[in-house]
Design a protein around this ligand. Structure first.
Ligand SMILES: *Cc1c(COP(=O)(O)O)cnc(C)c1O
Length: 402
């Protein structure tokens, strides 16, 4: 049972079928004038229309990219370099995806100043903090819509309203919300918005950025002038076709999928919190995605939990240090003000609408058993055991978990 849909999703049958002809028969370059090229161009236009329709934008406001990461980079660097002479201050949050966070860190090495808004215990920023952070130097606000680890949803509409009043460009990463809750660029008051295909049952390596009419930015990739000169390079036609189809499907099934996912999510939260001792929900209880749940269990190590669950056929993820190649506990969970030891005991479950055969009771029983087993061995759970002075080769002698 695959429960890591925030990491990636399976390409759906309809998407795959739509893409297939564009690998072999319809291989034309969309920039060429003869029939086979024109056919590719037509396919691109249809995909552009589908993406635009799914977010209430116009087709000429959609630029195809290689995915969410590129869209985030393009939005942030593109605006930063365009408005270099008008100010060098950017506002964001503590819990952005690395595609935003690391891009901002990069800009800091070029003298940009970045304010990281606190998200508090529920994982959501306070509007007062945003208003306070704005200076005459502020050129960009970039705040994600839905968080990929804890599933919390930021007040994008309100943030967008403030940005517009102050004349500041506003970007949001909507990779996790798109296809899960309504993403309407008009209602959200955004200037730039990032999308990715592989999080909505489309192929990997393709995505888009919405650029509101009139907003100017500097391209990341220069060259043949494709995508109105904003993103040069011969288009990934099969990928874009698949992404377009995935958008159409996601938009047409939005309400149905929301109901289904939210009900499984709520059942899962209720059962985990009531049957497993010292289990907690990370992030806001209400302002959250229908498909992402993040728990923490006292005195266990997330990576061990993931491995035990995997052995029982469940693929989920954790914000624990050991599981990432950075050996650093999830900055998102740390931003909630949790004790770093508790951050190690996290479990993220991200559901897919097609997981019909998912049995919540069976899954909760499996977690319960795994958690109990890990706690039996946990010095933190069995406080009488002395763990002082135990040295962990990975994290040094401060590690109380390994
Ligand atoms: C997955 C993800 C990205 C990156 O998208 P890619 O298409 O994998 O580059 C960016 N932001 C968020 C919130 C994500 O979940």
């Amino acid at each position: 049972m695959y429960l890591d849909n925030s990491a990636t999703t399976q390409v759906s049958e309809e998407v795959f079928e739509e893409m297939e002809p564009y690998f072999m028969e319809e291989f034309g370059n969309p920039s060429t004038l003869y029939k086979i090229g024109r056919e590719s161009k037509k396919a691109l236009n249809l995909a552009r229309q589908r993406v635009a329709d799914a977010i209430n934008a116009k087709p000429d406001e959609i630029i195809f990219t290689s995915g969410g990461s590129e869209s985030d980079n393009l939005a942030i660097k593109g605006i930063a370099f365009k408005f270099l002479n008008q100010g060098k201050h950017i506002i964001t949050t503590e819990i952005e995806h690395p595609a935003v966070k690391d891009t901002l860190n990069f800009l800091e090495s070029f003298d940009f100043k970045v304010t990281y808004l606190q998200v508090y215990e529920n994982g959501i920023i306070k509007i007062e903090d945003l208003i306070e952070a704005i200076t005459p130097e502020t050129i960009l606000i970039t705040i994600m819509h839905g968080n990929n680890e804890i599933g919390t949803i930021q007040p994008i509409e309100e943030i967008g309203k403030i940005a517009r009043e102050k004349g500041i460009i506003f970007h949001t990463d909507a990779v996790q919300t798109f296809g899960k809750i309504e993403v309407d660029v008009e209602k959200l008051n955004v200037d730039l918005l990032s999308l990715s295909s592989h999080k909505i049952n489309g192929p990997k390596g393709v995505g888009a950025i919405y650029i509101k009419k009139g907003v100017r930015l500097v391209p990341l990739i220069h060259g043949g002038g494709q995508e109105r000169g904003i993103r040069s390079g011969t288009e990934n036609v099969p990928g874009i076709v698949g992404f377009g189809k995935a958008c159409e499907l996601a938009a047409s099934q939005l309400d149905e999928h929301y109901e289904k996912l939210a009900s499984i999510r709520d059942e899962l939260i209720e059962k985990v919190l009531t049957t497993i001792p010292e289990a907690y929900l990370n992030g806001d209880e209400e302002k959250r995605l229908p498909n992402v749940v993040n728990f923490r269990f006292k005195a266990i190590e997330g990576e061990s939990l993931i491995l035990l669950l995997d052995a029982k056929g469940y693929q989920a993820s954790t914000g624990s240090a050991c599981s990432s190649n950075k050996l650093e506990a999830s900055p998102v969970l740390t931003s909630l003000g949790l004790d770093p030891v508790d951050v190690h005991g996290s479990l993220r479950v991200s559901l897919a609408p097609e997981s019909d055969e998912f049995d919540v009771d069976e899954f909760v029983a499996t977690i319960q058993e795994a958690v109990a087993r890990l706690r039996e061995m946990s010095p933190l759970w069995n406080q009488e055991l002395d763990y002082d002075g135990v040295m962990c080769s990975k994290h040094g002698d401060n590690c109380r978990m390994c």
